[in-house]
Design a protein. Structure first.
Length: 598
């Protein structure tokens, strides 16, 4: 019941109401199922009887009411009605199952969307702690398992349970002893089978998603790093690794297939034994009328025809529920961490929150940050002010805390101590507006297997051609793109593999410039460029001086000379802040650092 409650609570309120409608449809389907089976007994009894010697369920009254000329005509009409009712019942069940599948797939869409939104809205530190394959598994594997396996099977279990109980009650009303015999054999055998499979199915429910996660991780690592894998000659390592995972998955699927078939085969055998014992019992009695025996056997045959798949689905549904426990726990755990998740979803639909704030100052006061699990702060007690129009370089040796400080400025990390103020207001409270007016060029740029224009104007339904051309021009890549056969319509391949390293970097710069941001942050973005191209980019940056605020994590000395201010860091501490010339003259450590460049 707990897993069922978890799957329901993750749904929007509108979907919860629809689930109640689904239960009502299931109840109506149950009534139709039982009614169709209950018609078998009077129909067979009427066929086996002669004249007016029986009146079951008002058959004689019905015969007189429709003014049938003879028993043959009445029998034909009754059987035709019986067939029409069965057809209507099956049509209703088909529509019911179709609507149920539509509802469940809609639940998957809602929860998958909300789960991804939660991952994207959650603090950046969370992403740093978790493997992306785990998040992909949760959305791609666990959500379908939760709603196909939990809600879908819950609805199916409720339906089959109601049908089974109603049929058993009907059988008890007709022949209590035979009904008890059938229930003892089939019900007892089914319960025993489920008891034996309960724990193995739970274990397989944990193993399958984990095996799929490892499979995805292996494929991502081997195919994503094809160049390194080939040069390091590690093809066999990844092939062997995938083989082990595939063998593990093979055994999981074999066990699942066996455990799925076992209940059906067991129940079929028990059902045959039940029919044999029922026939033996009625033959042994000898006191029953032949037509009574025939009608009862026909009723039990019809009931068995419907009960056997019902009990099989019940056991199968309960087994799938056991498999889905791990998926439910993983997803529920993630949603519990998304405390700010509803606010984030709301903010996505409030255009005012996405309008960029006109940048004046960014003030960092007593800011420290410690990475989760680390003993020492990555940045420690930083104080500095960035003003509109500044061109700021953050420099220092590897491990000095440059990238961490940049991530704090970007709003990806929240300070462990101290605060960051945007135009006099807490940056944390103005994150959407800050990001709306921010351009960012990372060292390792993510590209999509799409056209150049869609890689620059990411997510834009209507691309502004003027902004696109201006961004390409400032990034010094417009002439190259004009030389391509399809221009900005050229597809660049997965991760931009059809471009050179320098071209990819310049497209990343164009992406940052497309929305004409007030603030540009370059995370060693020119380090992969050749000297001439870097000079062209630096010239473009020079043209932006005064108009935009530029923050660079500098890798080369040539970049520093274009900056109005330099932040010099070492071991997370701020050792100097000022113009290049001022620091060079007054700060011995900075002078030594610059000497290392030379």
């Amino acid at each position: 019941m707990n897993i069922f409650n978890q799957s329901i609570t993750l749904l929007p309120k509108s979907k919860r109401k629809l689930f109640l409608v689904l239960l009502l449809i299931i109840l109506l389907g149950t009534l139709l199922e039982v009614a169709s089976i209950s018609l078998v007994f009077p129909l067979i009894k009427m066929i086996a009887s002669t004249g007016n010697e029986i009146d079951i369920f008002g058959i004689n009254f019905l015969k007189q009411w429709i003014a049938a000329k003879n028993d043959r005509e009445f029998g034909i009409l009754l059987m035709l009605t019986f067939a029409i009712f069965f057809t209507f019942k099956n049509l209703f069940l088909f529509l019911s199952v179709s609507w149920q599948n539509w509802f469940l797939r809609g639940c998957e869409v809602d929860v998958s969307k909300n789960l991804l939104a939660g991952y994207l809205a959650s603090p950046y530190e969370r992403h740093a702690r978790r493997n992306s394959t785990e998040l992909i598994r949760n959305i791609g594997e666990c959500v379908p398992s939760l709603y196909g396996g939990v809600l879908g099977n819950a609805a199916r279990i409720i339906s089959e349970l109601l049908v089974s109980l109603a049929i058993i009650i009907l059988l008890f009303l007709v022949d209590p002893f035979t009904a008890f015999l059938a229930m003892a054999l089939v019900g007892g055998g089914g319960a025993m089978t489920y008891g034996l499979l309960r724990k193995p199915m739970t274990d397989l429910g944990k193993d399958r998603p984990e095996a799929k996660r490892q499979q995805l991780q292996c494929l991502q690592q081997s195919l994503g790093g094809r160049k390194e894998v080939k040069i390091l000659q590690k093809e066999k390592f990844f092939i062997d690794q995938l083989e082990k995972i595939q063998i593990w998955l093979q055994w999981i699927h074999l066990k699942l297939a066996a455990f799925t078939e076992l209940p059906r085969l067991t129940l079929e055998a028990l059902m045959i034994w039940t029919v044999v014992l029922v026939i033996y019992f009625h033959s042994f009695q000898g006191v029953r009328l032949e037509n009574d025996t025939l009608a009862i056997l026909a009723l039990f045959a019809a009931a068995a025809f419907r009960l056997m798949p019902s009990v099989n689905r019940l056991i199968g549904g309960l087994s799938v529920l056991r498999q889905s426990i791990a998926s439910a726990a993983w997803i529920q755990s993630d949603f519990e961490e998304f405390s700010a998740f509803p606010k984030y979803i709301k903010s996505l639909h409030e255009p005012g929150n996405r309008i960029p704030t006109s940048f004046n100052t960014l003030r960092i006061t007593d800011v420290s940050y410690i990475h989760p699990g680390a003993s020492q702060p990555a940045v420690n007690n930083i104080n500095l002010t960035i003003k509109h129009g500044d061109t700021l370089a953050i420099v220092g040796k590897s491990g000095a805390g440059k990238t961490t400080l940049a991530d704090l400025i970007l709003g990806l990390y929240q300070p462990s101590a101290g605060k960051i103020w945007l135009n006099g207001e807490n940056l944390r409270d103005n994150m959407a507006s800050w990001h709306a007016g921010l351009g960012y060029v990372p060292q390792d740029i993510s590209f999509f297997d799409d056209t150049i224009e869609h890689n620059i104007a990411v997510g834009e339904k209507i691309i502004n051609s003027d902004c696109l051309r201006n961004a390409l021009h400032l990034a010094q890549v417009d002439e190259y793109i004009d030389s391509l056969e399809y221009g900005v319509k050229t597809v660049i391949g997965e991760k931009g593999v059809r471009l050179s390293g320098g071209q990819r970097q310049r497209l990343g710069i164009a992406r940052a410039l497309y929305k004409d941001p007030d603030v540009l942050v370059f995370d060693e973005a020119t380090s992969a460029l050749d000297t001439l191209t870097e000079q062209a980019i630096n010239n473009a940056i020079d043209r932006l001086k005064g108009e935009k605020t530029i923050i660079l994590i500098a890798h080369r000395l040539s970049s520093l000379r274009h900056c109005s201010k330099v932040v010099f860091m070492d071991k997370g501490a701020l050792l100097g802040f000022g113009s290049f010339n001022c620091l060079y003259e007054e700060n011995i450590q900075f002078r030594k650092f610059v000497g290392n460049y030379d």
